[in-house]
Write a protein that binds this ligand. Sequence first.
Ligand SMILES: *Cc1c(COP(=O)(O)O)cnc(C)c1O
Length: 489
Amino acid sequence: MRYLSTRDPDGVASQGFCDILIGGLAPDGGLYLPESYPQVDTETLATWRRLLAEEGYAALAHAILSLFVDDIPDADLRAICERAYTAEKFGTEEIVPVTRLDRRLFLGHLSNGPTAAFKDMAMQLLGELFEYELARRDSSLAILGATSGDTGSAAIFAMKGRRNIHVFMLSPLGRMTPFQQAQMFSVDDPHVVNLAVDGVFDDCQDIVKQVASDLDFKELHRLGAVNSINWARLLAQVVYYVACWLRATEEVEDPDTARVSFVVPTGNFGNVCAGHVAKAMGVPIDTLVVATNENDVLDEFFRTGVYRVRTSAETHETSSPSMDISKASNLERFVFDLLGRDGARTAELFGGLSTGQGFDLSSDPAFERLRSVHGFLSGTSTHADRLATIAAVEKEYGVLVDPHTADALTVAFDVLDGGEVDTPLVVLETALPVKFAATIAEAVGREPEIPDAYAYLRDADRHVLEIDRDPELVKKVIVETLTAHQENS
Ligand SMILES: *Cc1c(COP(=O)(O)O)cnc(C)c1O
């Protein structure tokens, strides 16, 4: 399998999986996608059903990954999947349990990993893949990132303890929830450096961009990223769409042709883009419902065909903060497919798109295909909706959900009421309530219990450096840390 850029006018698929694993964007600014989506039939799906039941999630992950990866020996790929997806890390043998709330409503639990958010599903695999490939190339990597909460801790927990990887993670000082801070700063590893920046998330992101734009510095220190445009992260996520589909269809009569739909709390379009890939492969997914919060860039796009990047003044700080985005980085992948994989046109639409700008597909034939071919629907919810849904779901079903999952459940109830979808719905749960205690308390009058697996955070030490909003300071920390470790080894 070869990979191409969404902005290549000639559609030349020249890269292998491991070539694009560690790099981020394609040189032309596009995102990588496989030259085609491997097609699965009912027989393959039946095989996968047996595999998941008999050998477990890691075996299913290996079967799916092997369709996309041909530059890692099969036995190694299998071992990578087995190390990434263990019951020890994910709290259950199932890795992604699916529970039933109602006749037509399921929850797919993606947040039982080390940092209690769905980002662990991809990041744990990425950690194994990075370590493997860097060792094979006798190379190393310094990951530089900015986080508003979930991505940073998932990256740190996936990369810590790996000799050939350093992590430098910037976060806005005092702006993550107490649980997120305790978790992220708890890691005591000289290869992991937490930098709390006196500013907001956008300031952190700006610093990362400034540091990474110094190309000599970047190359000299082998700086890399783990952001959501990384194809390997997306591929890891395809696996749980298949696993959720398998588990939600267990009890129906013809399970291997039974269709289900997904409702996905969405920010950067990373999670739901993996659903698009699974559907394009022929997994019987009916509808993909994109659920946003007040930052409704994507709801607007799917309803009207207009995509417009928000300015920072138009980007709201909400109680589902991991969905507070001004643009949806992964949307370009879907639009490329939507336009029949027209790289020139994709480059025209996305190249140089800056804040406040956008494009309009409302009178393009593609607009009709959003729903009819690709099965997309969308909806949005507000702070008040989240609170009401958290309270109602606890009362009705005895289940406490986090605010992001509540965004999706709000939209799921709208879809069920509106009769727009006639299959069962799997709502993807993307975080545990313990990460967002204040909002939970606002909704149900008490803080969520801390699950045993996270009890250690109550009195964990904090390993974090507080710094001013200055890229030169960040560079200095990077140089000093890397130099110290070179001298030690
Ligand atoms: C990152 C995140 C999301 C949004 O996922 P995207 O891939 O950006 O669409 C939703 N919920 C939680 C809890 C997250 O951490």
